[in-house]
Ligand binder design. Structure first.
Ligand code: ADP
Ligand code: MG
Length: 464
C-alpha cells in the first residue's frame, strides 16, 4: 500500500464513524505528506483544520494508521498546514453562481468527493443542480422548513430573513438550502448567489486577512442577492470570523438581501456563538427538520428509484423503510447497496437477500427488547426528572408530561396493554394510560418539537 492508498483507507474508516458534514469539513484536502518509521506527517489545508484534528481526531487517526499499516512503531501524527494552489483565495468569478442556468447547469456538480481534489472553476460555484424543490419529498418532518424555503425562494430578502434551517444529519438541510439557490436563479438568472459551507467562509476569511485581501473578501460576500451558508454551527471561532460574519449579515440584511443558514441545532444551542449573532439568527424564521416518518420514507425511496430508473419490489421498499429510520442519506445508502449488489451479481436480490444485505442498518437492539424500566429511565433522564417522581402520585405539569410520554412509548414501542402501563407507573388506572396515549399521539402530529423530543428519546433508547 502506498501512502495515498493508506490515507484513503484511513479516511474510509473514519468516514464510517462521523457525520458526512463533519467528515467533509475536517478531512477534505488532507493527505499524507511523509511517512517515517515512527511518525506520519499529515498535510492539512489550514490551521483551523490542524487544531481540530489534533484535538479531536488524533487518537482515532493514529490508531487507524497503526492497524491499517501494521506498524506498531508508529507513535506520532504531525499535522502540517500546506497551502496548495487550489486552496488559495478563489478569484472573484468563482464565487458567483450566476453561471447556473442554461447549458452550463449540466456541468455543475458540487464537489463532495475527497478523491477528486482538482476542481474546475465552475464546480467551485458549489450549487448542485440536482438539489431542487422538484426532487425534494415533503413529509411531516420537513413540511415547515420546505414551506419556508419556498416562500424565501419566491420573495428573497423580504419574507423571512434570515431563514434558519436546522436538523440532524442527512435530513435534507443542504438539499433545501441549495434548492432555494437553484430556484432563485431559475426565476431571475442574473441574481448573484453565493453558497458556501461555513468552513469555507472561515478559511477564506482567514486567508483574506493573511494576504491583505480583506476588501476583496468583503466585496465578495456583501454584494450578493442571496447568501447561503451551510453548517453555520461551525462558526464558533474567536479569530474574528464571528465579527466579520456579523457585519456581513448586517449589510445584507439592511439591503434586503436574503440570508439562508443551516445548522445541526437551533441558534441558541450553538456553543460559543456570540449573543448578538444568536439574536440575529432568530430575527427571521427558524424551521426544523426531523426524521421522516414511515410514509415519507417510502415516498422518498420510490422517488429515488424512479430517478435512477430502477425498479424495486414493494416488499423490499417497505423493508428498507422499516429498518432505516433515522435519515434520508442512509435511505439512499441502503438503496445504493441493493443496486450495487444487483449490478455486481447481475441478479435482483430477493427479500431475504435484501434483508441480509441491509442487516448493518438494523437498529442494534430490536424493538421488543426494550423494557418498561428502560423507557422510564430514558425518559426521566431526558427530562431531568427522577424515576421516583415518574411513578409517584404528584400530578404537577412538569411531571405529568414526561409521564405521558412514557405511557405513549410503552404503547408504541412495546405494544403494552393499557392496564399494564398503568401498573408500571405506580398503579395508575388504565383510562389514564389511554388518555395519555391518545393525547401524545395527537400532539405528535402537530408539534415538530414534540416529534423531535420523541425521536431523540428513541435514539437514546435504542442506541444505549
Ligand atoms: P443534511 O445537509 O441535512 O445533512 P442533505 O441535504 O445532504 O442532508 O441530504 C442527504 C441526502 O438525502 C441528499 O442526497 C438529499 O438529496 C437527500 N434528501 C434529504 N431529504 C430529502 C427529501 N425530503 N427528499 C428527497 N431527498 C432528500
Ligand atoms: Mg448538509
Amino acid at each position: 500500500m502506498n501512502t495515498h492508498e493508506l490515507w484513503q483507507a484511513v479516511l474510509g474508516e473514519l468516514e464510517l464513524t462521523l457525520s458526512k458534514a463533519n467528515f467533509t469539513t475536517w478531512f477534505k484536502n488532507t493527505s499524507i505528506a511523509s511517512f517515517e518509521s515512527d511518525r506520519v506527517i499529515i498535510s492539512v489545508p489550514n490551521t483551523f483544520t490542524k487544531a481540530w484534528l489534533e484535538k479531536k481526531y488524533n487518537a482515532a487517526i493514529l490508531k487507524s494508521l497503526q492497524t491499517l499499516n501494521g506498524n506498531t512503531a508508529l507513535r506520532h501524527v504531525v499535522y502540517k498546514v500546506d497551502v496548495r494552489p487550489q486552496m488559495k483565495m478563489p478569484t472573484q468569478e468563482s464565487f458567483q453562481v450566476a453561471a447556473v442556468g442554461g447549458t452550463d447547469t449540466q456541468t455543475l456538480t458540487r464537489e463532495d468527493s475527497l478523491t477528486s481534489a482538482k476542481r474546475s472553476t465552475v464546480g467551485d460555484t458549489m450549487l448542485n443542480p440536482k438539489y431542487t424543490f422538484e426532487t425534494f419529498i415533503v413529509g411531516k418532518g420537513n413540511e415547515l422548513a420546505h414551506a419556508a424555503a419556498i416562500a424565501v425562494a419566491e420573495n428573497p430578502g423580504t419574507k423571512y430573513n434570515p431563514l434558519f434551517i436546522y436538523g440532524g444529519v442527512g435530513l435534507g438541510k443542504t438539499h433545501l438550502a441549495q434548492a432555494i439557490g437553484n430556484e432563485v436563479v431559475r426565476r431571475v438568472p442574473s441574481s448573484k448567489i453565493l453558497y458556501v459551507t461555513c468552513e469555507k467562509f472561515i478559511n477564506e476569511f482567514i486567508q483574506a486577512v493573511k494576504q491583505n485581501r480583506g476588501k476583496e473578501f468583503k466585496d465578495t460576500y456583501r454584494n450578493v442577492d442571496l447568501l447561503l451558508i451551510d453548517d453555520i454551527q461551525f462558526l464558533t471561532g474567536r479569530d474574528g470570523t464571528q465579527e466579520e460574519f456579523f457585519h456581513t449579515f448586517n449589510t445584507l440584511h439592511q439591503n434586503n438581501k436574503q440570508v439562508v443558514l443551516t445548522s445541526d441545532r437551533p441558534p441558541q444551542q450553538i456553543p460559543a456563538l456570540e449573543h448578538r449573532l444568536i439574536s440575529r439568527f432568530q430575527m427571521g424564521m427558524t424551521a426544523d427538520i426531523s426524521s421522516p416518518d414511515f410514509e415519507t420514507r417510502i415516498a422518498i425511496l420510490e422517488t429515488k428509484c424512479k430517478e435512477r430508473n430502477y425498479e424495486l419490489e414493494p416488499d423490499i421498499v417497505r423493508h428498507i423503510a422499516t429498518v432505516v429510520q433515522s435519515n434520508v442519506r442512509e435511505l439512499e445508502g441502503a438503496l445504493n447497496k441493493i443496486i450495487a449488489y444487483h449490478q455486481f451479481k447481475n441478479t435482483k436480490p430477493s427479500l431475504e437477500g435484501a434483508k441480509s444485505l441491509l442487516s448493518s442498518f438494523a437498529p442494534s437492539q430490536s424493538k421488543k427488547n426494550v423494557s418498561a424500566k428502560q423507557i422510564v429511565n430514558t425518559v426521566s433522564s431526558y427530562f431531568d426528572v427522577s424515576v421516583a417522581d415518574m411513578v409517584g402520585k404528584c400530578r404537577e405539569k412538569r411531571l405529568a408530561f414526561p409521564r405521558q410520554i412514557i405511557m405513549y412509548l410503552m404503547r408504541e414501542e412495546m405494544q403494552s396493554s393499557y392496564p399494564s402501563i398503568g401498573h408500571e407507573l405506580g398503579g395508575r388506572d388504565h383510562t389514564t394510560a389511554m388518555h395519555a396515549y391518545s393525547k401524545i399521539s395527537r400532539e405528535v402530529e402537530t408539534s415538530p418539537k414534540l416529534r423531535q423530543d420523541i425521536d431523540l428519546i428513541k435514539q437514546r433508547l435504542y442506541n444505549a
